[in-house]
Design a protein around this ligand. Structure first.
Ligand SMILES: Cc1cc2nc3c(=O)[nH]c(=O)nc-3n(C[C@H](O)[C@H](O)[C@H](O)COP(=O)(O)OP(=O)(O)OC[C@H]3O[C@@H](n4cnc5c(N)ncnc54)[C@H](O)[C@@H]3O)c2cc1C
Length: 423
């Protein structure tokens, strides 16, 4: 395909990664980011093997690994100590692991790489409110009414609450989850929470999560992210009640979190995140394509959002270099290529979230009775671990996505994208 003039709207995970891939594919890319001075904010996130593979392709993985924490397993127990989930990355591949990371680290690496990339121009403080068609090309309309363009391709990556999605006839579902999460990033100087993403649940209404989150964007002290599930309607009452009863409740569920809670001095130190369930299909219309949360926001229950966004970026670059005769045909190929993987994770997240965060407390009974047992069945366990790793594409697709080369060893062929999927 001839070099295209590309606009990317939003410089988060999806937008920045897409901009880098497309510029390296020979296209001229301009990124429009609403925030004037975007910074390293955010909670801890999990980077899965799928996300690591994309970061490796971008040449950013080493730097991200250096500021992240290796996570070897996911454990979830009830308040009575009954095992609900215990999945180890190493059971899929001896070298596999997840990476706990401060979201700001991922942002900074991608943002600085965009700034440094010769084929990418980044415009900050540029909220895009609308798109205007001019034949197959598109102009971007800023809040001020000023127009940018024309562009041969527009990549919409403006996040879960995308404004531009409203105008596209693609949206099948756009619903806010009734439950969100309080979160706080604390120092964990002795690495008490290292190695495991640990969760404690009681019924479906209480969930505490502790995620080792690397070193953060600056400094040398290990961090841990604390998450606490809360109904969106209960946030005000939580604030009004003050910290003492909440801290007592969390310490009762997990005594080790005392030193983390000691670092919280005010309710204002704790942030509340809400999440969305967004379904579009296809993700393209004409010369416009939606990627990342703008295209398929989910709850963070499976820890996949940033990873799906990274895979989108790689897949988009692949579709554009696939020999398609036109931009819109290339975008058709993109939607087709992403359908199984994204469809599976959207379904799995929507299905599983109420078992961990909802007012339907009866769901805790099958969860506590059967999920721990299911984790022990070899076939189910393998598919669950693949799901955790971001590699699954659905029950009808026995072949998972490839693992990153960094898990390869000379004798197992993983470097060629082939690996032994089950122990
Ligand atoms: C509590 C919580 C925990 C999470 N944990 C995980 C996890 O463990 N693992 C994981 O993979 N994911 C996790 N996620 C999800 C992950 O953060 C998102 O899926 C990911 O950031 C999506 O990237 P994105 O680029 O699509 O959107 P965003 O990162 O939201 O970026 C969108 C960008 O667009 C910009 N923008 C918005 N509107 C406009 C506009 N009109 N014009 C121009 N720019 C605009 C925004 O300023 C922003 O920079 C979590 C999310 C939450 C809330």
């Amino acid at each position: 395909m001839e070099p295209l003039r590309v606009a990317v709207i939003g410089c988060g995970t999806a937008g920045a990664a897409a901009a880098l891939f497309l510029a390296r594919g020979g296209h001229r890319v301009e990124v429009f980011e609403a925030v004037r001075d975007p910074g390293a904010v955010g909670a801890g996130i999990m980077i899965q093997p799928t996300g690591m593979r994309v970061l490796a392709r971008l040449g950013l993985l080493e730097r991200v690994l250096a500021r992240g924490s290796r996570v070897e397993r996911l454990r979830c127990v009830t308040d009575r100590g009954r095992e609900v989930i215990d999945l180890a990355y190493g059971d899929l591949h001896p070298r596999a692991f997840g990476l706990g990371l401060h979201r700001g680290v991922l942002f900074e690496e991608l943002f600085h790489a965009c700034r440094a990339e010769p084929g990418v121009a980044v415009h900050t403080g540029c909220p895009i409110e609308d798109l205007r068609a001019d034949g197959p090309r598109r102009f971007l309309v800023e809040k001020s009414g000023a127009e940018r363009g024309p562009f041969d391709l527009v990549v919409v990556a403006d996040g879960a609450r995308s404004q531009l999605r409203d105008d596209a006839p693609l949206t099948h579902r756009e619903a806010r989850y009734p439950w969100g999460a309080l979160w706080f990033i604390a120092d964990d100087p002795t690495g008490v929470f290292g190695g495991t993403l640990f969760q404690v649940v009681r019924s479906t209404t209480e969930m505490l999560g502790l995620l080792p989150s690397g070193l953060g964007p600056r400094g040398k002290t290990p961090k841990v992210s604390l998450f606490w599930s809360l109904h969106v309607d209960a946030v005000e009452a939580w604030r009004d009640a003050g910290l003492a009863p909440w801290k007592a409740r969390l310490t009762a569920l997990e005594p080790r979190c005392g030193p983390v809670l000691d670092q919280i001095r005010s309710v204002d130190d704790v942030l509340f995140a809400t999440y969305w369930d967004v379904v579009l299909y296809p993700w393209n219309t004409g010369s416009v394509v939606f990627v990342g949360d703008a295209a398929h926001a989910t709850s963070p229950q499976l820890g996949q959002g940033a990873n799906l966004a990274l895979v989108d970026a790689l897949a988009l670059a692949g579709a554009l270099s696939s020999g398609a005769p036109t931009v819109s045909e290339a975008l058709e190929r993109y939607s087709h290529a992403r359908a199984a993987h994204l469809g599976y994770y959207q379904w799995a997240t929507r299905f599983l979230t109420p078992f961990f965060q909802s007012s339907t407390t009866s769901l805790a009974i099958p969860r506590d009775l059967f999920m721990g047992l299911a984790c022990k069945l070899p076939y189910v366990r393998t598919r669950m671990i693949r799901t955790m790793c971001g590699l699954e594409r659905g029950i009808l697709f026995p072949d998972p996505l490839p693992l990153p080369d960094l898990f390869a060893s000379a004798d197992d062929g993983a470097g060629d994208g082939v690996y032994r999927s089950a122990p």
